[in-house]
Design a protein around this ligand. Structure first.
Ligand SMILES: NC(=O)c1ccc[n+]([C@@H]2O[C@H](COP(=O)([O-])OP(=O)(O)OC[C@H]3O[C@@H](n4cnc5c(N)ncnc54)[C@H](OP(=O)(O)O)[C@@H]3O)[C@@H](O)[C@H]2O)c1
Length: 239
């Protein structure tokens, strides 16, 4: 692995990159939030079809870095489609939260089974009674809005009720957009895999409605590492 740029003043090797990181302190009303995604050069977040997992996208080093970033977090948050895509598993010590308006998430998956006391479902009043009963057995179910989950309220819950100071967001693209739009992403760790997928219907790292020109989020590049053409980028939100 090569260090191409590191404005943190550090110079890491494959062994040390993203281990025991220092982050700015969390605000009082939400955790400090860092996003981690891997994409193709054209921004796609799966090599398969819509709804498939990210399998095969990143290298073994990317997977190792993903684990290290999880080790730096107290909780992780994902969108419901990412959970529905399957194969989501985390260390049992990590709080895990899923965001769903519909409540349509499988109650019998590893995401819940591996840590029933540390699982949270952020949902809306749209969730059916039946689904709520099923999920209440495996997670803390928190209603944060009528039609959409108010993500600022959800993150305030994590900070104030659970004491979470460092939150890792792991996508997908829809949730990422809503998090950026609400000003809730502080840093972005982006692995760029030297692959091209194409396909206008295939999700990209940030989806949603798009931000108006005057609200586009400005990010500052903090570091760039490289291994066999794969780039490990770290950005911090400016201002
Ligand atoms: N390459 C990577 O690093 C990476 C990382 C993660 C995921 N992925 C891939 O990305 C794809 C999924 O991404 P995606 O963009 O389609 O979906 P997503 O962001 O994972 O999930 C979207 C869903 O999350 C819920 N949601 C998000 N924000 C909400 C809000 N504010 N209020 C209420 N509900 C909200 C809704 O759930 P309901 O529909 O239940 O209402 C929505 O349909 C999968 O193929 C997955 O494998 C790749």
């Amino acid at each position: 692995m090569r260090c191409l740029l590191d404005l943190t003043g550090e110079n890491h090797s494959e062994e040390t990159l993203y281990r025991q990181m220092q982050f700015p302190p969390a605000p009082t009303d939400r955790p400090y939030v860092f996003l981690n995604m891997v994409s193709t050069l054209d921004g796609k977040i799966t090599l398969g079809e819509v709804g498939d997992t990210a399998m095969g996208l990143g290298s073994s080093i990317d997977k190792e870095l993903m684990k290290r970033l999880q080790d730096n977090a107290q909780a992780v948050i994902i969108g419901a489609s990412t959970l529905r895509a399957g194969h989501i598993t985390y260390p049992s010590s990590l709080w895990r939260a899923v965001v769903t308006a519909s409540g349509n998430v499988p109650a019998d998956c590893r995401f819940f089974a591996e840590a029933p006391d540390r699982a949270v479902v952020f949902t809306t009043e749209r969730m059916s009674e039946e689904q709520r009963n099923a999920l209440q057995d495996v997670a803390h179910v928190v209603v944060c809005g009528a039609d959409r989950v108010n993500l600022s309220l959800a993150l305030a819950f994590l900070r104030r009720q659970l004491g979470i100071e460092r939150l890792l967001c792991e996508g997908g693209g829809e949730l990422n957009f809503e998090m950026f739009a609400a000003g809730l992403i502080d840093e972005w760790f982006l692995t760029l895999a030297p692959k091209v997928k194409g396909g206008r219907h295939i999700p990209t790292t940030v989806e949603g409605m798009g931000l108006p020109r005057e609200r586009v989020v400005q990010m500052q590049l903090l570091s760039v590492y490289e291994h066999e053409g794969e780039l490990y980028l770290r950005y911090r939100r400016q201002g």
